[in-house]
Design a protein around this ligand. Structure first.
Ligand code: SF4
Ligand code: SF4
Length: 405
């Protein structure tokens, strides 16, 4: 296929957490608010002059110092962030909206705070550590509203004078929704029999929406959508199977590249930093305050295995099945960041439940933070692709012999 006009531009934005658009927005008076997890309602970090930056550690090499601080049993994502923080890469942040989600991230944030990674001179900087419940009933919603109001919105208002009113939240939701609409429409091209966008390209665009001020990329997203409407696919399909990738944090486009180079086109991305969930529009009514509706929405839509109530577990299996159907996938790759406790049990169970109870072939992998060069992973994915092909051939033969009868 012909290259997407802005792909190289978006790829470059992903090479540095403090990229040129982050710098531009701050030069225009913007406030960069860091976060790491879906449980922090992203849209609330985009009120007024604030813009959210979901933290990554692009091109991470050694994590020796962070490993010394946190031990090699912590997930590599949290260690990579700490290493980068100690190298001074997140000094540009104006606040950090953290979540008390897991031991690894707590230790990462705690170390960042103790080491003053934002620099000594930032008097208005604040750290938050939100307590997020593991279910989604109305008491849980109230708790999240209290946490977000006290630990994030109040300091934004008191330290930086940010307008946190209901009307400002509604405005932020409207802007957020436009990006969600664009990403959803772009993502829908993956439903085609011969998709006109690859999983890698889609991941680049989606990642950019998490790490750049949205108002500075929305024009190029609009243009990309228009371009895709007339983009011609390659005549011969250059994939052998379609897969949905489900799992923990993936912010490394090289991993998607590796999967696609192994013959499996990634047609849906249900992982942290992917578009499911996170890039679906938020609908607000006028009967209730916007803050409560936003918090409820994030709590109910999360597909994080930290939510361990039985109905949430069932919800995640059903959602994975739905993505397979909607995007015409042949199978699922369940992936997990090494040492991530939540995804280790989710991956182990789901990779049995999906094939055995839903009839969907699944491959289960764990991986380091940067895995684009892993030969072992490549071999396992190639073997999975072959098994999917064999399954399709057998199904075709069975259908033909039924016709003959
Ligand atoms: S797996 Fe769950 S806790 Fe971890 S970053 Fe994703 S949403 Fe947050
Ligand atoms: S990948 Fe897992 S262990 Fe690592 S920060 Fe996210 S939830 Fe925690």
């Amino acid at each position: 296929m012909k290259d997407l006009k802005h792909l190289y531009y978006f790829e470059n934005l992903l090479n540095d957490a403090n990229n040129e658009l982050v710098k531009q927005a701050q030069a225009e008076g913007g406030l960069a608010i860091g976060y790491t997890c879906f449980h922090m309602p992203e849209v609330l970090l985009n009120l007024g002059k604030c813009f959210s930056v979901r933290l990554r550690a692009p091109n991470m090499g050694s994590m020796e110092i962070a490993t010394y601080y946190m031990s090699s049993g912590s997930c590599e994502y949290s260690r990579a962030l700490l290493e980068r923080a100690m190298e001074g890469n997140y000094k540009f942040l104006d606040a950090m909206a953290g979540i008390d989600v897991c031991e690894a991230m707590n230790r990462c944030m705690e170390n960042m705070e103790l080491l003053n990674i934002q620099g000594e001179d930032k008097k208005k900087f604040f750290w938050s550590n939100l307590d997020i419940p593991c279910s989604d009933d109305e008491d849980c919603v109230k708790h999240v509203v209290e946490q977000v109001s006290r630990k994030v919105l109040r300091p934004l208002h008191e330290n930086y004078g940010v307008d946190i009113s209901d009307s400002e939240i509604r405005k932020a939701v409207a802007e957020h929704n436009e990006v969600c609409r664009l990403i959803t429409e772009i993502g829908n091209f993956r439903k085609l029999d011969n998709p006109t966008i690859t999983g890698y390209e889609f991941h680049i665009l989606t990642l950019a929406t998490y790490v750049c001020p949205k108002y500075l990329i929305v024009d190029k997203l609009r243009e990309t959508l228009e371009e895709l409407k007339t983009r011609e696919p390659d005549k011969k399909k250059n994939f052998r199977a379609k897969v949905v990738v489900v799992g923990s944090e993936i912010d490394d486009p090289e991993l998607i590249s590796l999967i696609e180079d192994s013959g499996a086109l990634v047609v849906a991305d249900r992982f942290c930093y992917g578009s499911f969930p996170g890039r679906q529009e938020i609908e607000l009514n006028d009967d209730e305050d916007a803050l409560t509706q936003v918090c409820r929405r994030y709590l109910r839509d999360t597909e994080c295995p930290r939510q361990c109530a039985p109905h949430k577990v069932q919800y995640r299996y059903d959602r994975a099945e739905q993505l397979v159907k909607d995007f015409h996938a042949d199978g699922i790759i369940y992936e997990q960041m090494k040492f991530c406790t939540y995804w280790s049990f989710e991956r182990t169970l789901a990779s049995h439940v999906l094939p055995e109870e839903y009839g969907i072939p699944a491959l289960s992998i764990d991986r380091p933070y940067r895995s684009g060069m892993s030969g072992q992973l490549r071999t396992r994915i190639q073997a999975f692709v072959e098994s999917l092909e064999i399954k399709k051939i057998k199904a075709k033969r069975a259908a033909k012999s039924q016709e003959v009868k």
